[in-house]
Structure formats: C-alpha cells, structure tokens
Design a protein around this ligand. Sequence first.
Ligand code: DC
Length: 230
Amino acid sequence: MKKITIAIDGYSSCGKSTMAKDLAREIGYVYVDSGAMYRTVTLYALDNHIIQDGHIDEERLKQEMKNIEISFQFNPERGRPDTYLNGTRVEDRIRTLEVSNHVSPIAALGFVREEMVRQQQRMGQQGGIIMDGRDIGTTVFPNAELKIFVTASAEIRAQRRFDELTAKGEQCDMQEILRNVEERDYIDTHRDISPLRQADDALVLDNSHLTIEEQKQWLIRAYEHAIHNS
Ligand code: DC
C-alpha cells in the first residue's frame, strides 16, 4: 500500500504525540515527535549554561548547534521512540517543567528552526511517517497528504499536563501549569518564523470532549480517506 506523509500540528498538551504514536503503531508508520527536538536543544542550552537567568546566549548556541546530535530509538516498552542527545537517552529530562518553561524562546530562534526543519525533512524523505509539532503541515511537509490540526481548551490541556507530571512524581502547581500553557500558546502563535497556524488544507480535530477511543476512530477514518484520495 502507498505510504503517505501525515502532519499533525496543534497547541501544546493537546495529546498530539499520544495520538500520533498510537496511529503510527496501528498503521506501521514511523513516528517523530518534533517538539522533542526543540526540547533537546533547550536541555543542551540549560546544561551548558547557554541559558542563564532566562537569558539565551544566542551567539554561543549558534556556534554549538553542530555539537547537538539528536536521534530517536524505538523503545518497545513504551511503544514509542525515546529521544537521545549525543548518544545519551534524555527522554525524561526533556519533559520536566524546567525545559517546558524555556523551550518556546529557543524554538523561536531562526537558526534553531532551520536546522531542525532540515533534519525533519531528511527523516521524512521516504514517506510512511507521522510527525507532530507546530509547523509540520505548513513548513516541514507542506505537501503532506494528510494534515491534522488539533486543539482543546487551555484549561483541559493544563489539567492533562498536571496529571502527567503528577503521575511521574513531579511536584507541580496547577496555576503555574495553566500559565505555562497560555504563555506557550501565545509565543507559539506570535513568533515571526513559522508561527503555529492551521494549514489551509488541514482537518481540525477539537478533542476537548473526545475519549481516546473516539479520537482513534476519527483518526483512522481520516487516514483511510487520505489513502483513498492519494
Ligand atoms: O510539543 P511540545 O510541547 O513538546 O513542544 C515543545 C516546544 O517546541 C513548544 O513550545 C513548541 C515548540 N515546537 C515548535 O516550535 N515547532 C515544532 N514543530 C514542535 C514544537
């Protein structure tokens, strides 16, 4: 069967990666979490004191981009790829609130985006890929056969992130998380380069009140429709 490219974009914490991962497993596609790549650059910048007191040393980061090698390795236990930075697994470290709090300004830097988009396009050369992010349907794969734009209310997304972090044993405050979600929405939609926006030909999925199962059925139908039409 023909292998298409599937682009899933949308706001933070609306379950994009879970749905993309599940769909990839169902249809035997490779799943790439592009947000993990921006998070990994952020982790590198924090670890190497390129971000200090909220200030980014852009010149240093630009020079160090060549030292940041990001890769993914499928983890059968989790049923999805783990993220590696220079050969070390960083999957858990890139999901902390500290990284979440610093990632948007890093993802707004032109030279960071250029490098990530280049790597993402290389990963998608063969088709048979599902990538989720903010600019996948608009910039990374503008010719993707299936584009989905996912959305849910900020409160529901904050609650989901709170549950996720609490389950991992991380101490967190609901108001702080809601602030973080709203702040990231603002930065993601207002940055100069590749702001988050719905591609003209994307299907919109508002999952505020959908169960996982309902969402799964919706996705499979969208996929079958796209395959039929491509
Ligand atoms: O999806 P996420 O929350 O893991 O994404 C982390 C950050 O990276 C978020 O602030 C938006 C940014 N991002 C982006 O700018 N472009 C992408 N393709 C994916 C994520």
